[in-house]
Write a protein that binds this ligand. Structure first.
Ligand SMILES: CC(C)(COP(=O)(O)OP(=O)(O)OC[C@H]1O[C@@H](n2cnc3c(N)ncnc32)[C@H](O)[C@@H]1OP(=O)(O)O)[C@@H](O)C(=O)NCCC(=O)NCCS
Length: 168
């Protein structure tokens, strides 16, 4: 779907940013017991958040935070992993991407949820500073509900964010 500049200014439809990336788990992704490293999944998580965020904002994006990531079930060598991402909140210069991760065996006979996460991406202008992102437009009651949940998570995230830097 092509969006003109004026459509981007008015807002981007909720459904536009939904994307699934599929990855085959290779020998380089696993430990000696054949279990996939958490980091292999986190790398793709970051990748899909970047693609989803960039498609919405049409700006360079950086990862500001990844909310708690629980690995709910093991993933093995030769599993096929599906990462589905969707923008679920838009702030002023940041947006939230909700990511659902499922794994299935190579032949697709069984599929299970292996993780969920929320990634906050910030749009960055040519001077390296945050720039505004276009609003998101809900078209159905379900989309409105998901955006309301995203707004609440964004508020909670902001409330618990550390205010300063410093050494660990
Ligand atoms: C993310 C970053 C650009 C924010 O810069 P900043 O000076 O704090 O900018 P601001 O205070 O203006 O915040 C900009 C937006 O980011 C959000 N934000 C900032 N830090 C955040 C965090 N830790 N988690 C979630 N959102 C965050 C703010 O809420 C704000 O959102 P809004 O405009 O929608 O309200 C900056 O911390 C940075 O460059 N971090 C490194 C990013 C990076 O390189 N990531 C890749 C891994 S190294």
């Amino acid at each position: 779907m092509f969006l003109s500049s004026s459509e981007t200014l008015e807002g981007v439809p909720f459904s536009r940013s939904r994307i699934t990336l599929v990855r085959l788990m290779l020998p380089t992704d696993v430990n000696f017991a054949g279990n996939v490293f958490g980091g292999s999944l986190l790398k793709v998580l970051d990748e899909i958040a970047y693609v989803v965020g960039s498609r919405h904002a049409r700006q360079n994006m950086v990862t500001a935070s990844v909310d708690r990531m629980d690995f709910l079930a093991p993933v093995h060598l030769s599993d096929v992993v599906h990462f589905t991402g969707q923008v679920t909140h838009v702030g002023h210069t940041s947006l939230e991407v909700s990511i659902h991760i499922e794994a299935e065996d190579l032949h697709g006979t069984s599929r299970r949820t292996v993780g969920n996460a929320y990634v906050t991406m910030v749009a960055i202008g040519p001077d390296g500073r945050p720039v505004p992102v276009p609003p998101i437009l809900a078209e159905t009651p379900e989309e409105r509900r998901l955006l309301e949940e995203g707004r609440r998570r964004a508020e909670e995230r902001k409330a618990r964010r550390p205010t300063g830097g410093g050494s660990p």
